[in-house]
Write a protein that binds this ligand. Structure first.
Ligand code: SF4
Length: 403
């Protein structure tokens, strides 16, 4: 077995990874499976060793590892770690099966505005991107997306947009109320960023059921590197707690491999998610957009994103976890692999085709040319090919079951 020596970014010490490392990784996965939590240094151990083995993470400070044997041994080691990933995925899949069997929930995504008052450095529709071709969907256009979606079997509509205050609270309530009145058996999810407690309450009273607000990174230092000064992690987190208090099913999440991200940052993400205990957890690889300050930063990796989906499934067993479009953008079978790592939701696009290409948070986003029906049936085939099935269901979060 080849030994691999690398710099541990948590402790700053050189550590050796060998057969004992593999045993310990398995032990920690078993512990997470049983107790749904780990200590910070235990998460770090798993992530460091996974990252060192794949050697493809864009985690900024993980470098500095050297081989002391030849490439064959190196490959053997990587194969061993790959088998650890598969060990994790068997466990995470079994947990997803326990809660959701082989059913995959679909959400109809309606990207209704690409205007945004914010300037997140990683985002293609950030305010400063003068090249973005801006659009807003009208009330009728949004309703027509829902009509199409309902006929295709969608029972959740996700209204997603930048932070666009030209839709007033009354406008948003009008849209939510109209959808819920026409389709009372459907859930409405909002993904429209940071708003006041009062606004969130109004949307909830108008009928909104769920809210997605990724925290993006739980480290204040890292947050500072991804956002301008006026956007704070403290406010982001406060919004999440407000949403939960009001009664929404709340989703959060983060980017994998975002610029300057360290292992410690990811550990903080995991600990925050454990503490917050969201109903939904969305993670996807960072993918650069050509017209942003991060245009030349490397993308996050499939391997680490999948590994983290597995960890999150064990940590929050009943969570709704999407296999994201970003995952499918960095690998042709990204969504299928996400499901096989423990995800149980997919979110195809219901937005009109003429605006799809304009909602580009990152480069090379897939499925921007297909009609909603094409996407729906393409996904169905893909999901059936791995032994799962799409269901016509609101797809709410199930309560925790006894171990
Ligand atoms: S990530 Fe969201 S809040 Fe930030 S600029 Fe993009 S749309 Fe706006």
């Amino acid at each position: 077995m080849g030994l691999k020596i690398y710099m541990n970014t948590i402790t700053g010490t050189n550590v050796k990874t060998d057969v004992n490392t593999l045993k310990r990784m398995k032990y920690l996965i078993d512990k997470l499976y049983e107790y749904h939590k780990l200590e910070a240094d235990e998460f770090a151990f798993l992530l460091e060793n996974h990252t060192a083995s794949t050697g493809v993470s864009s985690i900024a400070d993980k470098k500095n590892y050297t081989d002391d044997e030849n490439n064959t041994n190196d490959k053997n080691y990587t194969d061993e770690i790959e088998s650890i990933s598969q060990y994790l995925f068997e466990k995470s899949r079994s947990v997803a099966q326990k809660y959701y069997s082989n059913k995959i929930y679909i959400r109809g995504l309606i990207e209704f505005t690409n205007y945004c008052r914010n300037d997140c450095y990683y985002c293609g529709i950030r305010r400063s991107n003068k090249k973005a071709d801006r659009y807003r969907l009208s009330f009728d256009e949004i309703l027509s997306c829902c009509d199409k979606g309902y006929a295709l079997g969608f029972r959740t509509f996700v209204l997603q947009g930048g932070e666009d205050l030209s839709y007033s609270d009354d406008d948003m309530c009008h849209i939510i109320y109209a959808i819920k009145s026409k389709y009372p058996d459907c859930a409405v999810t909002l993904s429209i960023g940071e708003r006041s407690y009062e606004s969130y309450l109004k949307y909830y009273k108008a009928g909104a059921d769920r809210y997605l607000l990724r925290h993006e990174t739980a480290s204040p230092t890292h947050y500072r590197l991804l956002h301008p000064k006026n956007q704070t992690l403290a406010n982001r987190k406060q919004c999440l707690y407000n949403l939960k208090e009001i009664g929404y099913q709340v989703g959060t999440g983060f980017m994998v491999g975002s610029p300057y991200q360290t292992t410690r940052d990811i550990v903080e993400d995991l600990l925050f998610i454990k503490e917050f205990n969201p109903h939904m957890i969305g993670i996807g690889p960072f993918i650069p957009h050509k017209d942003t300050p991060f245009f030349n930063k490397p993308a996050g990796t499939l391997e680490l994103t999948l590994f983290l989906i597995g960890i999150l499934r064990l940590m929050v067993p009943n969570a709704l976890i999407p296999a994201t479009t970003a995952l499918a953008t960095i690998h042709p079978q990204g969504r299928e692999k996400g499901i096989l790592a423990g995800a149980n939701v997919v979110m195809p696009n219901l937005s009109p085709v003429h605006v799809r290409k304009k909602y580009t948070l990152y480069d090379n986003k897939i499925c921007t040319g297909e009609e909603a029906a094409e996407c729906r049936f393409c996904l169905q085939k893909r999901i059936e090919s791995i032994g799962y099935e799409i269901v016509v269901d609101r797809g709410d979060c199930k309560p925790i079951l006894p171990s």
